[in-house]
Structure formats: structure tokens, C-alpha cells
Design a protein around this ligand. Structure first.
Ligand code: FMN
Length: 226
């Protein structure tokens, strides 16, 4: 295994926003979860718990979630960001516009952007959804450990040709999710990961996001070996 192999995987992965309905074999889902659980966690607590939906369960969840999003109040367990300013706002806008441009939503088309946003609650048509939670008592570090789990999940899936999208939008409906999946209140629901085989022809999957260069996020102190 070389860094080039890893980079191939890292650059091939992207957030998928249109899936084919075909189910993923249970064995592949188990492999993805087993690989994801190899990530480090503070004290090796492995704080993640995952509910995985398939088949009719995904469709029932999708319908209930859509209804909740249309009528319910957003109330995430983990506070959403209070703002995106400066470069973070720029990057947020850039990825939003790239998506809207890909799907043909023009600037100012509020109905169009709302329709695309609602696709979150359709799980982008994915046949499976994983709901991730962490013990509340582990606080932000539990969530941090679970962030590693999310990344490894997406990469392991990519290695099997399975597309993913982490979704904070789903976690917005915390009380509903606790009730629906019987997740105890001493756990924080962090995000969902919808997954399945990608609809590669769909316009929503035709754009890719960019990354900052090292000079934008690294501050070197001292000399390293040449
Ligand atoms: C924790 C987390 C939550 C996210 N929530 C959403 C979401 O609710 N809806 C969505 O369309 N994308 C969501 N994304 C996907 C990001 O927008 C995406 O990762 C980012 O734009 C970079 O693009 P890429 O994943 O294609 O490389 C989320 C990603 C992460 C890591």
C-alpha cells in the first residue's frame, strides 16, 4: 500500500447527492463498518453507535423524516455552527453554488434551492442510511472520535465502489430521531451517512469540491529534514 493508493481513494471519494436504488450486500456494509471502527479514539473508547437502515426501513424513515422536516422544528443534539465568516463563508458559498449550478438552480431561485435542500430529507434516494451517535458524557471529544469514524466509513465504502454522503441536515431533527430509532437521551446524534451505489449520470454528482493548499493552513515552526 502506497500513499499514491491512499490518495487515489481520497480523491475518488466525494459526497454523492443522487443514488441508485439497488441495495448494498450486508457483507459489504459489515466490512465498511469494521474498517471504520479501526480509527483511533481517545482512550480507545470507540464511542460510536450506528443504526443502519435497509430496504423498506430506509423508505419508511425517508417518509417520516420528510414529514418532520416539512412541519417540525430543527433541534439538533449538537449545536450547529453559529456562523461561517471570512474564508469559511467563501468556501461554503463556493460549494453551494457548485451544487446549484450543477443541478440548474440559478442565483435567487429560492424555490429551486429549497427543493434541492429538501433532497437531504429524501436521503438523496439512497437505499441505506447510517445514524451515528456518541455518549453525551464524552462531549466534543466523543464527537471528534466519531468524525474519524465518518471519514473512514466514507473511504472504506469508496474502496468497494459504494458512494456516501455525511449529513448534518438529518441530525437537525434530534428529538424525532431519538424517538424514531429509540436512541437513548444520554447519547448525542451527530449525523447521518446515506450510502449506496451512485447515480453517476445525475447532474448533482457532476461537480467536485476543491481544497486549500498547504500555505493556507499550515504554520511551520523550525526546520524539518530536507
Ligand atoms: C459532518 C458533515 C456533515 C455534512 N452535512 C451535509 C448535509 O447535511 N448535506 C449535504 O448536502 N452535504 C453535507 N456534507 C457534505 C459536505 O458538504 C462535503 O463534504 C463538502 O462540501 C466537501 O465535498 P466532498 O465531500 O464532495 O469532498 C457534510 C459533510 C460532513 C463531513
Amino acid at each position: 500500500m502506497t500513499l499514491a493508493d491512499l490518495n487515489t481513494l481520497l480523491t475518488a471519494r466525494h459526497s454523492c447527492r443522487a443514488f441508485r436504488p439497488d441495495p448494498v450486500p450486508r457483507g459489504d456494509i459489515e466490512q465498511i463498518l469494521t474498517s471504520a471502527a479501526r480509527v483511533p479514539s481517545w482512550c480507545n473508547a470507540q464511542p460510536w453507535q450506528v443504526v443502519v437502515t435497509s430496504g423498506a426501513e430506509t423508505d419508511a424513515f425517508r417518509s417520516a423524516l420528510r414529514a418532520e422536516a416539512e412541519t417540525g422544528q430543527a433541534q439538533p443534539d449538537l449545536p450547529f455552527p453559529t456562523g461561517y465568516s471570512g474564508i469559511y463563508q467563501d468556501r461554503r458559498r463556493a460549494c453551494g453554488w457548485a451544487l446549484y449550478e450543477a443541478v440548474g438552480v440559478e442565483k435567487g431561485d429560492r424555490a429551486g434551492s429549497a427543493r434541492q435542500m429538501m433532497e437531504n430529507f429524501n436521503l438523496f434516494g439512497a437505499p441505506h442510511c447510517a445514524i451515528l451517535s456518541s455518549p453525551a458524557e464524552l462531549g466534543p471529544y466523543g464527537a471528534m472520535d466519531c468524525g474519524g469514524f465518518v471519514t473512514a466509513f466514507t473511504l472504506a465504502a469508496q474502496a468497494l465502489g459504494i458512494a456516501t454522503i455525511p449529513q448534518a441536515a438529518v441530525a437537525a431533527y434530534g428529538p424525532f430521531l431519538h424517538r424514531y430509532f429509540n436512541i437513548p437521551d444520554d447519547r448525542l446524534i451527530l449525523c447521518a451517512i446515506s450510502f449506496g451505489y451512485p447515480d453517476t449520470d445525475h447532474p448533482a454528482n457532476r461537480f467536485r469540491t476543491e481544497r486549500a493548499t498547504l500555505d493556507e493552513f499550515v504554520s511551520w515552526r523550525g526546520a524539518s529534514a530536507e
